[in-house]
Design a protein around this ligand. Structure first.
Ligand code: SF4
Length: 611
């Protein structure tokens, strides 16, 4: 750091004294709470927030994997009305979350199908810490017609990623696959009026929220409405429009990537299992890593950011988590985040046998441990990882800085602490030097400070000044890279938070803040209704907004909704629409030959960077 540690520590001491003075003033000056246009009530104080029951042992509401399948089959066969999902509690049983030998387990008994036991954490202390850091729930959603799904209804918060499946068709045949794409015997594809309705509905929700809108599938780029849907999502006001994708279309067609950018695509959520074609072989495509590299190059050339999304299966690709983070660092100008998704046994994998499930189960605590080990100990699980919801006070800060006359609430990841974790890295884009931000800042105390700033609810300048004091007093000068100035860090942070403090004049600087996240989608073996009721990934569907986990696993909303609204059976579809290419059985995806001159820049090739 370009200031000696001793001088920095003195500044921190001064900031500490000033901080105490500001807090003393808060006690005598009344706060200025306000209700923004987008919110159903005044901005919440930390003491007004509610909490689900946390800690272990505890009891929760779950599902019996055996009963759920029976109910779902009976609805699909037309023997029972789908309304039972709303009016009844099909398949629901109690579950206990317990600690045993420093592990956390979910244990549940069904009178008919017997006992189910599954692992929730390999390190009880890690999960305990994640739960203790949960800052409390967001607003309750004002009841409306699109949140009416019985016990699966999302009740709290504002969502963070609205997911819309444009089609169940795909050009691959992966295992794992959430939705059993290409295998269900029918096509379910949203029409243009369906898509428009879903997006129009989403902006009617109170709290009105700024979310990422993510088009998904199947492979969403196969939908004839993909570009139109991206453009409409931007038109109704969403800042961040994304596409979950296997990358094939973007790899094959640079022009398509450019069209997507012009339509408003900000980010591709790229399925990415690891470095090298071998690690990707289980998806049945011979040259899948080459496809990913070309997709990253083309998307970057078109100006679309890429987030790498990796489904982690224990014993299959968990040795890749460190190399994937290194790959991201090496290609920072093209990649803006990494999202790891521990396997969820659903879709094609719902009938997994117990031995395979136990062997392949991967939890967020595995992820934190593996990242620590594979990145040479630079990441420390107990210091560097936080529940995704710990970012809530920063979203609240953005809402406070935006003032009362804003139409949209900020994006907020207010999910249950068992759902997601993350850490932030500060990376120098030029030198690739990096540090975990919690090694630079006492984040535990900073989060408490930000809550205090939000509770005080002062004006923009006073709020920015208080944040400056909080950062200064919590800064760990002894761990800062020599080339980092405190002001550069403050600017990088403001850029990352959307420049609301007026400190940064652009979104990105040489030092960038990058997220490494883990989102653990549920399956029937670890299902917890306390999680779905505060879900941040609502699925926009023809029956309203359903929690991602309730839709894809849970009682099986997806199969039921897609059956009810199917476009055609596959035979009819092939007759009228023809077949689209499917890459499977080890087949390679044909990629255009790159001309030497004018070719897209190629991503930094590993293994040199794998370390
Ligand atoms: S309920 Fe599922 S989809 Fe929703 S936030 Fe939790 S893990 Fe994510």
């Amino acid at each position: 750091m370009q200031m000696t540690t001793a001088v920095g520590k003195s500044l921190s001491s001064v900031a500490n004294v000033a901080w105490r003075g500001v807090r003393a003033l808060d006690r005598v000056l009344p706060d200025k709470s306000f209700q923004p246009k987008w919110a159903p009530a005044p901005l919440m104080k930390s003491t007004e927030r509610t909490f689900p029951t946390l800690g272990f042992p505890r009891e929760t509401d779950s599902l019996c994997p055996g009963c759920v399948k029976e109910v779902r089959e009976s609805i699909i066969a037309g023997k029972e009305s789908w309304r039972v999902l709303i009016d009844g509690n099909p398949g629901e049983i109690k579950a206990r979350i317990i600690e045993r030998d420093n592990q956390v387990l979910m244990v549940k008994d069904c009178d008919k199908h017997g006992r189910y036991e599954d692992l929730m954490a390999v390190d009880a202390n890690f999960l305990r810490r994640m739960e203790q850091l949960y800052p409390g729930r967001d607003f309750r959603i004002v009841p409306d017609d699109i949140h009416d799904h019985g016990t699966s209804t999302i009740k709290y918060g504002r969502g963070a990623v609205l997911t819309v499946d444009l089609t169940n068709r795909c050009n691959m045949m992966c295992d794992p696959c959430f939705m059993d794409a290409n295998q269900v015997g029918y096509v379910h594809e949203l029409t243009w009026p369906d898509i428009k309705q879903i997006l129009d509905n989403a902006i009617s929700v109170k709290p009105k929220r700024q979310m990422s809108v993510q088009f998904s599938g199947g492979e969403p780029t196969i939908s004839p409405y993909f570009l139109q849907a991206v453009a409409y999502a931007r038109e109704v006001g969403y800042d961040s429009v994304q596409s979950a994708t296997n990358g094939i279309r973007f790899a094959q067609d640079l022009e398509f990537a450019k069209q997507a950018k012009t339509a408003g695509l900000r980010l591709a959520y790229l399925q990415f299992d690891g470095i090298g074609n071998e690690v990707n072989e289980h998806r049945g495509v011979g040259n899948l890593f080459d496809v990913k590299q070309r997709a990253i190059d083309n998307l970057s050339a078109a100006g679309v950011d890429v987030t790498l999304v990796t489904t982690i299966v224990n014993g299959v690709n968990n040795h890749q988590v460190g190399p994937i983070v290194r790959f991201m660092i090496a290609n920072l100008s093209k990649i803006n985040a990494v999202a790891f998704q521990p396997v969820s046994f659903t879709g094609r994998d719902e009938d997994v046998d117990t031995e395979t499930r136990q062997r392949q189960r991967y939890t967020l605590s595995h992820l934190a441990r593996d990242l620590g080990e594979q990145l040479d100990g630079k990441l420390e699980p107990m210091r560097d990882f936080f529940p995704l919801s710990a970012s809530g006070p920063f979203s609240d800060l953005k809402d406070l800085l935006a003032g009362p006359n804003t139409d949209w609430g900020s994006m907020k990841c207010g999910c249950h602490p068992n759902c997601g974790i993350g850490t932030m890295l500060l990376i120098n884009e030029n030198t690739k030097e990096w540090v975990p931000i919690p090694s630079l800042i006492n984040v535990d105390r900073l989060l408490e400070d930000v809550k205090a700033i939000n509770d005080a609810a002062r004006g923009k300048k006073a709020t920015a000044a208080q944040l400056g004091l909080a950062l200064m007093r919590n800064f760990r000068w002894e761990n800062a890279p020599k080339s980092l100035k405190f002001s550069s860090f403050f600017k990088a942070l403001d850029g990352h938070l959307g420049r609301r403090m007026g400190v940064a004049d652009k979104a990105r600087y040489e030092w960038r803040i990058i997220m490494v996240a883990g989102m653990w989608f549920q399956d029937l073996f670890n299902y917890d209704f306390r999680r779905t009721e505060m879900c941040i990934i609502p699925y926009g569907t023809q029956v309203g907004e359903v929690s991602f986990c309730a839709y894809n696993t849970g009682v099986g909303w997806r199969q039921i909704v897609e059956n009810m609204h199917q476009t055609a059976n596959t035979v009819e579809w092939f007759k009228t629409e023809g077949r689209h290419p499917i890459y499977a059985g080890g087949k390679s995806v044909p990629l255009p030959v790159l001309r030497e001159k004018g070719a897209a820049v190629t991503v930094n090739r590993l293994p040199a960077l794998l370390g």
